[in-house]
Design a protein around this ligand. Sequence first.
Ligand SMILES: NC(=O)c1ccc[n+]([C@@H]2O[C@H](COP(=O)([O-])OP(=O)(O)OC[C@H]3O[C@@H](n4cnc5c(N)ncnc54)[C@H](O)[C@@H]3O)[C@@H](O)[C@H]2O)c1
Length: 387
Amino acid sequence: MTAVLKVGLIGCGNVVSYGHRPALTTLPDVELVAVADITPARLEIAKQWFGLADENLYADYRAVLARADVDAVVVTVPQQFRRQIVLDAFAAGKHVLSEKPIADSPAVADELLQAAEAAGLCFGMVHNYHFLPEYRQIKQLLSADTIGEVRVATLQYMSVIDYPGAKEYAADWRHQLTAGGGVLMDMIHAVYLAEWLLGQEAQQVQAFVDAPEYAHRQPKIEDLALVQIAFPKGYATIHMGWGEGVGGVDITGAEGHIRLHYKDYQTSGFNQPIELYSVDKSWKRTDHALENLPTHMDNIARSFTQLWANFADAIRDGTPMMAPASAGKRALELALGAYLSGVSGRTITLPLPTDHPVYLKGLLGMAEAEVWEHSTTKRVGIFGLRG
Ligand SMILES: NC(=O)c1ccc[n+]([C@@H]2O[C@H](COP(=O)([O-])OP(=O)(O)OC[C@H]3O[C@@H](n4cnc5c(N)ncnc54)[C@H](O)[C@@H]3O)[C@@H](O)[C@H]2O)c1
């Protein structure tokens, strides 16, 4: 019989309700035994969701880390609070599953990766979009060489819904500089998916970054990012926005193309995918039945459950993690590179130099970087560049 993995949850916000909760209450060999949250009302909600006794609920995450029966923790606090919790978790000998983005700067991400390595513990990312049926199926089609070598992958994410955080905590935290970025950072899913679909690490990024949606309220972060990424072979474009625009995925290969779209052409994660087809070099179209559950929220819940199963297997028997923390660091650096391109008006080569202010401080380093005086980011005053 498989040993049960005992888990502590640190931060019980919205992502737990539709993601970690279904996973942690479904998998027979993963058991949630303790929760920490600084907001008492969220602890009360955790108690109801998971049926935990009061002695398993804590205001201070260190109490979860002090428990000998906890094998692993999932850190689901907003990213600006992740560093110390993750470092303390590794010091306490716990495996860590981290929500995305991994940290607020590549320097911190690197510090966390080194701590995991030194402790010999698993460090995984909640990059759950790998496990959505449409992306799994697209990846399978690419792996089966259905359209030949990938030339350009286009990820349209122009109708991301700007859901606030839990109302009992700080609902607007995503709109603050401390979030480390705006819609692109929040929907970093598209960034790691681009790398995964191309099967390579990005070499260069260039972007326009703007804030038209929230122009009326002196925005601090972007709500529109148009990103182009160059890989050693092939390219990806990401069009990302909080708004009402088009969603879907198009992939052009050397010998055909793949198209995916969602109900009403909405964006990944916010509605059900309804059509996936490939077209070969003789223009013959093949439709691929999507492995959907009844609703898109069911698909989301299943993606978290499959991700958790993969993380638990990695701890038990060394199964490779679909999303190791190193992928989290690369995605963070790529998103920040896109911001830096928007700020400087230049194409950015990756990885960033380790003494670059953006490598060291993330978004907060932008003001010390080279700022092109006519850049949109400066004009609209996001990223701390308001004059
Ligand atoms: N994988 C996904 O699809 C997905 C979806 C949504 C959010 N997220 C990520 O999950 C994280 C949380 O997002 P959310 O929407 O759930 O936020 P939220 O605002 O709804 O919840 C945050 C929770 O963290 C708690 N918290 C804050 N600081 C804490 C601390 N020091 N110790 C313990 N608890 C603390 C708050 O009280 C709150 O309950 C973010 O990093 C976000 O990017 C991922």
